[in-house]
Write a protein that binds this ligand. Structure first.
Ligand code: ACM
Length: 762
């Protein structure tokens, strides 16, 4: 009985007290599922109460046409149509659901959408769009229901970086439509970068003639090769002003506001390549940046620069009708300003105590200009550093601290912390996912994000306008790769932004999402929701058993234990897999003759040290190995792409002793070290592995250097000590730090670090 109740609760939003299924995302605030269906077909009219909602009805009709092929006709209200089995879009000024709220009633005889604004009706229409079953064509049965809905946050955004890689207009529109489908209302368009300027500015044609083109890009991940390798392939692209107007109109038809971002004072190298006089060292020969990361060449805070930016912003204002202009403000190295006599003089003249205050002087001047044109600025949280501009809104990206500080200063805030909102991070196993910048942000972690910081009082909370996901495209060269990284994680953020706090749970969301995803026709969304997860349990003879699970009940699991790719002929998973030795399990979900996208590749390391305690001779910092368990958790670091499973030792030697609990035979001890030279990750100079029965008398087993080539790709370097017949209770590892980076290294003289994954004892 208890179990049944639990199941009912879990599936409450999907089935919601009726025979019908509802896979709505975001799920409405008040919802009542009912029996029966409304039959949608080419004879259905969209009846509008008012000419001002005709455009909403037409947009909705075009969305239905694209999804199902059904052509719906828009008609004005009339007594004859009032009685028909139609969809009614009715403006009702008496509703008090805010400008985005709506009521929707679907019965077998009609569909009634009501809102006090066209925008509210548009959101009702998006809900109707999601009531249409995936795969419907020519007719569609809409499940009956009664909905009263409105959002939690007024700002629900996504940012797309088109600076690192240009994305075509058709894709930008598709992206905006996907946002609108999930009731997101703000598209932050990151239009300028070190690596490319993407917006036509009539007064400064070289911005696109020169600034929109870079010669090449880095091969692989930023730190992958030492020295960095380049691909020799030019990257270019920009939007004409006509194209931008077209995109703005398209977004308006979907009630999406576009916030253009023109980066300053940093991330401006492409602009300096076009107009070198805007930098502090015009003779330097600025080029559009071919590396990722942060360029030290930034705008000089000269009158020339302010005139240029005012001219650029004047054209930007004319193109984008929204209230906000994003001025960047993040990651502006102060090197060039420190070296510039002009900047130092300017600081003295204006009583600015450091370069952070100079940056605030810069941002305040630009804010003043934009405020004088009736616009407001948004900046990344670095704009707090030298003092906030008076009316600025802050985007909190380096964690939540910036957002909290800004709200406490009574400034508006948008929450987009890297750990939960950066959709450029890995969403599945980094070893098998497409190359990404790093990190690890699976769907459930995105969904678990609560945007309202608990540190804020009720009065301060009102400054938090909402939440945004960011898509930085260094490692997304195509629109398909953007789709893969953005979806479905952006949909999780859409629900977080819309639903009230505490009304949602991941199980329920993932069930709705699974049935919703087929509606995303021609979208290359990631199938990680369907991934297989593994856990271990002890068998009745103490063996290790691996249990595989999947969310997708419609498919079966096939797997291999020999490292080969599973296929239809591979064994099907029917129960726990018993392991007798270290094994890599590869598994896939399969339906009929087709893989369905779920996958697992995981190595289970069976060894005597697993879960055994260890202690450090010299303690590591708490971030490296907080619970002292990573070195014996049975999980090896299987790729340099992710540092999740690695213990990092910064600038120090390591001295660690593992206690096996009693004296036992030890035949082999093995460890891996990372080599990531460009990132200062040098394997240790030497490694000594020693054994002891009593913990004080250690017999040296091996002491040897880790041999590697400095140049070349990152690598995992194994160190193995073979003991023929040793017996021991304690295993001690001493590893010597490689010292400082050598003279030819970009970080010459700086301390190095090394990483170790697991102490494997056999
Ligand atoms: C940022 O990620 N630099 C805002």
């Amino acid at each position: 009985m208890k179990h049944l109740l639990f199941l009912l609760l879990l599936s409450s939003t999907v089935f919601a007290q009726s025979e019908n299924e509802y896979n709505l995302i975001p799920f409405p605030a008040r919802f009542s599922g009912q029996n029966g269906q409304f039959s949608l077909s080419a004879t259905t009219r969209i009846v509008v109460s008012d000419p001002t909602v005709k455009a909403v009805a037409q947009t909705f009709a075009s969305q239905v046409k694209a999804a199902t092929g059904i052509t719906l006709t828009v008609a004005s209200a009339s007594p004859a149509l009032a009685k028909g089995a139609n969809i009614f879009f009715t403006l009702n000024k008496k509703l008090t659901l805010g400008d985005e709220g709506y009521k929707l009633t679907v019965t077998p005889t009609r569909v009634l959408a009501e809102a006090s604004t066209p925008k509210g009706l548009f959101y009702a229409a998006q809900t109707i769009r999601q009531l249409i079953p995936a795969g419907a064509s020519s007719t569609a049965a809409l499940p009956a229901c009664a909905i009263t809905d409105k959002p939690r946050f007024g700002y629900r955004g996504l940012m797309l970086d088109v600076g690192r890689h240009f994305m075509p207009v058709a894709f930008v529109k598709k992206f905006i439509d996907l946002m609108a489908m999930h009731k997101q209302n703000t598209f932050h368009w990151h239009l300028t970068e070190d690596q490319g300027w993407r917006i036509e500015i009539k007064k400064y044609p070289k911005l696109t003639q020169i600034g929109s083109k870079r010669a090449e890009s880095i091969v692989g991940q930023y730190y992958q090769n030492y020295p960095q390798q380049f691909d020799g392939k030019p990257v270019s692209g920009f939007y004409t002003q006509e194209e931008i107007k077209d995109v703005v109109r398209y977004a308006q038809s979907r009630f999406v506001t576009i916030i253009p971002e023109i980066e300053m004072p940093g991330h401006a190298q492409a602009a300096l390549a076009a107009y070198p006089e805007l930098g502090c060292d015009p003779a330097k020969g600025y080029q559009v940046f071919t590396k990722w990361g942060v360029s030290e060449d930034v705008y000089c805070p000269s009158e020339k620069t302010f005139t240029f930016l005012q001219d650029v912003l004047t054209e930007v204002i004319a193109l984008f009708p929204g209230k906000y202009i994003h001025i960047g403000g993040d990651e502006c190295p102060k090197t060039a300003w420190k070296q510039s006599a002009f900047c130092q003089e300017l600081m003295k003249k204006n009583n600015l105590k450091d370069e952070h205050e100079l940056q605030s002087y810069f941002i305040r001047r630009v804010e003043k200009f934009l405020n004088s044109k009736g616009r407001s600025i948004i900046g990344w949280d670095e704009i707090l550093e030298g003092g906030l501009a008076p009316n600025a809104t802050v985007m909190s990206w380096r964690g939540t601290e910036g957002g909290i500080a800004a709200a406490k200063q009574k400034h508006n805030v948008i929450m987009t912390p890297g750990g939960t909102c950066y959709l450029d991070h890995y969403q599945g196993n980094p070893a098998t996912e497409p190359l990404a910048i790093g990190g690890y942000l699976p769907l459930d972690k995105v969904y678990g994000y609560e945007p309202m910081p608990t540190e804020l009082t009720d009065a301060e909370q009102k400054y938090v306008l909402g939440v945004q996901g960011n898509i930085w495209t260094e490692y997304m060269p195509t629109s398909e790769s953007v789709e893969y990284m953005a979806f479905p994680r952006a949909i999780a953020l859409a629900e977080i932004g819309w639903m009230q706090a505490g009304t949602h749970n991941f199980e329920d969301f993932s069930q709705r999402l699974k049935n919703h995803l087929p509606r995303l026709k021609n979208v290359n969304y990631a199938k990680r929701l369907f991934d297989i997860t593994a856990s271990t349990q002890a068998g009745d003879q103490g063996q290790i058993q691996v249990v595989l699970k999947k969310l997708d009940s419609d498919s079966r699991i096939v797997y291999t234990t020999n490292g080969k790719e599973p296929n239809e002929q591979s064994p099907e998973y029917i129960g726990p897999i018993t392991l007798t030795k270290t094994t890599t399990i590869r598994a896939k979900t399969w339906t009929g003759g087709q893989p369905t996208g779920g996958q697992l590749t995981q190595t289970f390391v069976l060894h005597k040290g697993k879960n055994k305690p260890y202690t450090y001779g010299t303690p590591l910092d708490k971030y490296s190995d907080p619970k002292s368990s990573k070195l014996t958790d049975g999980v090896r670091g299987d790729t340099p792409r992710s540092r999740q499973e690695w213990v990092n030792v910064y600038g120090n030697d390591m001295d660690v002793t593992l206690d096996l609990g009693n004296v036992t035979s030890v035949t082999k001890v093995s460890l891996n070290f990372l080599k990531v030279i460009l990132e200062k990750g040098f394997p240790p100079k030497s490694v000594e592995i020693a054994l002891s029965k009593d913990g004080s008398d250690f017999k040296e087993a091996i002491a040897q250097p880790v041999v590697y080539e400095l140049n070349g790709p990152w690598a995992i370097l194994p160190v193995v000590a073979d003991f023929k017949t040793a017996r021991a209770r304690y295993v001690r590892i001493r590893a010597k730090n490689a010292g400082v980076c050598p003279p030819e290294h970009p970080n010459a003289g700086e301390k190095t670090w090394f990483s170790i994954d697991e102490i494997v004892v056999e």
